[in-house]
Design a protein around this ligand. Structure first.
Ligand code: TGC
Ligand code: FAD
Length: 390
């Protein structure tokens, strides 16, 4: 209903500015009107609903924190987080499209690109005229992207790019790809590869049970000639793509709260209405335990996300702090989705309710942008000083 409000058990609204609330409420309203009514059908059909692209641009979801002179919304990190939260209340796949466009495509062009590249691409990405994707993962290098084999050679007036990426969100219809590849000295660089370049193809990955409303595909480079002006010159090495991931992972920490809120809210309402043994199931201690734990975990996750947002606004958040938030909040959301589904009994497995879709989506969210294990190892490395990856 129109007066639905998200859970706010600790009056966190008092920590938000008027601008934060305006941005959040606009995103919330748009998701409710334009995403919720169509998303179940899109997920069932395994189709990305392209009709929502212009709306995503209007609510500032494409480049929320990119300055306005490049078409971005010029907002702070908390507004960015709140937009992700509201979008993921609708669907993690839609949030994925916004995350990739903002943090994995616009961010590297803004941070590592030339002024010409910024002017050429950012306004069109902000308006949704262009959709981008981000190619880091390869068939043989997922958690360990530093081992990538995609490479380019300097051919004088252009670069020659070869290799393949897989599991790439937005790939099947993206207009451009930020591709991470090694030069002849094994140094990683970002290249802007555009649809239509000869030898570049983007086959779609079918039969996913998760993130069905998001298109996923491969990027295949077979002797692709990339103009030299398409190299992002201002940062190289693995730290360049990982810097983009910091921004995306931060957004996911907020997004996961949105998915959890939707599951909690659905379960709470259902439990109050569903009568068994002549009383609402919400009157039983077992269901109350589930619901009470859900709101407790959501509240803790909200506090982590908000504090991390403050630190990011002050440029003080560390990558390890971001890993902790992504890991904690996604696990919180997936656990709530699983519990909430049980509160609905058999109804919980149907598309009449959003819970099972969230639950399946969150299996991707807990895997991409660094798996649950990798983020734990990042925390372990941070507190002990000893990397345990190898
Ligand atoms: P390591 O030796 O630790 O680091 C290499 C260089 O990178 C620097 N660095 C970072 N810089 C910025 N931000 C970070 N978060 C950074 N973490 C590390 C580091 O200081 C070093 O710099 P330098 O100058 O000394 O060279 O690298 P490693 O090879 O041991 O790997 C570390 C590890 C495992 C943590 C990293 O590889 C990792 O995070 N792996 C997970 C891979 C991942 O997250 N892939 C995501 C692909 S994109 C995606 O999933 C999009 S989903 C779509 C959607 O968002 O919706
Ligand atoms: P692997 O790295 O093979 O991991 C398999 C298992 O081993 C995991 O449980 C992992 O935690 C564990 N493991 C790995 N290393 C260690 C270790 N050292 N110690 C202990 N356990 C370990 N990538 C992109 O570049 N761009 C995208 O847009 C993108 N979108 C995606 C969309 C979807 C729907 C999905 C599912 C993935 C997407 N990815 C994308 C890829 C994603 O980032 C990878 O799937 C992820 O990083 C894990 O890599 P992997 O699948 O190869 O698993």
């Amino acid at each position: 209903t129109d007066n639905f409000q998200a859970p706010d058990y600790y009056n966190l609204d008092e920590l938000l500015t008027d601008e934060h609330k305006i941005v959040r409420d606009a995103a919330r309203k748009w998701v409710k009107r334009q995403v919720s009514p169509i998303i179940e059908d899109a997920a069932q059909k395994a189709e990305f609903p392209k009709s929502i692209i212009s709306g995503l641009a209007e609510i500032g979801a494409f480049g929320p924190y990119i300055p306005e002179e490049y078409g971005g919304a010029g907002l702070d990190q908390i507004s960015y987080g709140l937009i992700m939260q509201e979008i993921e209340r609708g669907d993690s796949g839609v949030r994925s499209t916004a995350s990739v466009q903002s943090s994995l495509v616009m961010y590297p062009i803004f941070k590592y690109g030339t002024e010409e590249q910024r002017k050429k691409y950012l306004p069109k990405l902000a308006s949704g005229e262009f959709i981008g994707c981000f190619g880091l993962t390869e068939p043989d290098h997922g958690s360990n992207p530093g081992g990538m084999t995609t490479n380019f050679k300097d051919k004088g007036d252009h670069y020659l790019l070869n290799g393949a990426k897989m599991w790439i969100s937005n790939a099947p219809f993206a207009d451009l790809a930020i591709v991470w590849a090694k030069d002849e000295n094994n140094r990683i660089h970002g290249l802007i590869v555009e649809r239509g370049m000869e030898g570049f193809s983007t086959p779609e990955t079918h039969n996913k049970w998760s993130l069905r409303a998001s298109a996923t595909g491969e990027l295949i480079f077979d002797n692709v000639k990339v103009p030299k002006e398409n190299l992002l010159p201002n940062k190289s090495g693995l730290g360049a793509p990982l810097g983009c991931l910091d921004s995306a992972r931060y957004g996911i920490a907020w997004g996961a709260i949105g998915a959890a809120m939707d599951c909690y809210d659905t379960a709470l309402r259902y439990a109050k209405e569903r009568i068994q043994f002549d009383k609402p199931i919400a009157a039983t201690q077992l269901q109350q335990k589930k619901l009470a734990e859900m709101i407790t975990e959501i509240t803790k996750a909200q506090l982590i996300a908000w504090r991390l947002g403050v630190l990011r606004n002050e440029n003080k958040a560390t990558s390890a702090q971001i890993s902790m938030a992504k890991r904690n909040n996604v696990e919180m959301a997936i656990n709530i989705a699983r519990e909430a589904r049980q509160v609905l009994g058999g109804m919980g497995i149907t598309g009449e309710y959003s819970i099972m879709r969230h639950m399946m989506n969150l299996e991707s969210v807990i895997t991409y942008e660094g798996t649950h294990d990798i983020h734990l190892l990042i925390t372990g490395m941070d507190i002990t000083g000893i990397p345990a990856f190898q």
